[in-house]
Design a protein around this ligand. Sequence first.
Ligand code: SF4
Length: 482
Amino acid sequence: MAKTQLQRARDGEITPAAERVAERENADPEFVRRQVADGRAVIPNNRAHESLDPMIIGREFATKVNANIGNSGTTGDVEGELRKLHAAVHYGADTVMDLSTGENLDETREANVEHSPVPVGTVPIYEAVKRVDSPEDITHELLLDVVEKQAEQGVDYMTIHAGVLMEHLPLTDGRTTGIVSRGGSILAQWMEENGMQNPLYAKFEEICDIFAEHDVTFSLGDGLRPGSIADAGDEAQFAELETLGELTRTARERGVQVMVEGPGHVPMDEIADNVERQQDVCDGAPFYVLGPLVTDIAPGYDHITSAIGAAEAGRAGAAMLCYVTPKEHLGLPDEEDVRDGLAAYRIAAHAADVANGLPGARDWDDALSEARYEFDWRRQFELALDPERARRYHDETLPGDNYKEAQFCSMCGVEFCSMRIDRDARDADGEMASIDGETDLDSSPAAEANLPPVGTHDTSRVPDEIEVGGVTFTPEESHGDD
Ligand code: SF4
């Protein structure tokens, strides 16, 4: 049987996938190999996924973002799903999870794998549910059958909720929002009805063997994650985490790569503790967090409530952030929601990389800030996280081509553009003169530049036309909303 990325890394081999990852991350290939060999990073890379451009997930590398796509029982079709895949990759998803629960599951999954340059993840229990009349009818054989088929189809990583045990279920009594993970709730129902242990836990070693054969990576699911900040950090959550630590070691012993999923809804002050605890219990396995949402009050804006938590989780050491869209808890996201969710999460991931001092991460910020101070609008748009939106917003108030040379925008208007005023106040070397009591303010360059006089509302000195950078503007046309 061919070896997995983990086994080959342990053998001292720098695989072609590790070489490619090192190139993408600007990292030493030997460092990549060691991180994979130690289980501190994973390269999800099913041997059957031919269109994949390999990437790595680990806290020593750039923070990654996952986008969930997939249809539901009420909406979605294969073509629409491929459009969502395209939107997700276009707007910067590092991995996608096909969470389809509607029709055409095989067709949708195969199309996603065939067309996706990023790793594709799934949650096999969803398909198992679709193949029986009632969740309690799922058998061990059916589960293994679904896992094996999806592995053969080229799925790179799978969420396996093997950490939810019978013993944990009473610990969720009294929760505000019960069990909110789909996989967790299905398995809880199965265990309650059948009076048996979680089948994914019971068959974990056999799942490991299927994963090893196809080089599928575990994403150990957090089926008991809190669904509200009231339930964050409770006994049920941390009891499951202990089991996930045990399963991490079992999978690694069998040569399978592992990452571990985390919550969910967590107040901001508890996020770093959550990350540290997972890293400790799961021996440094990459932590893949959903959000977390830091408050429960904002349906319609949960890409923001969760991106705040995601940035903090990334800063504390989470390796991948699962995006949340504005439709969270409200409906199935469409392409525009995918775009908004990804923008929020790429900002969170990048903010974490900057804060963590990832080599080169801040270069992007510095380049954009320089373009901004130079009033190089076209360069700003090129460098923007979402160039199309940045250009469109600028064009909404200043559409003319000449405004792409302007030393102001409609936010402050020409006479109040602080950056233009600052530039005018400096000498050719970009320095401010040192001003003391002897300085004649009326004749200083700053006085010329700061029209109207600072601290007054007297606009009588504002000229009808102002020439900035060789372009003439009238103040009226430069004003935006006051
Ligand atoms: S007008 Fe205001 S917002 Fe616009 S570039 Fe100048 S300082 Fe920035």
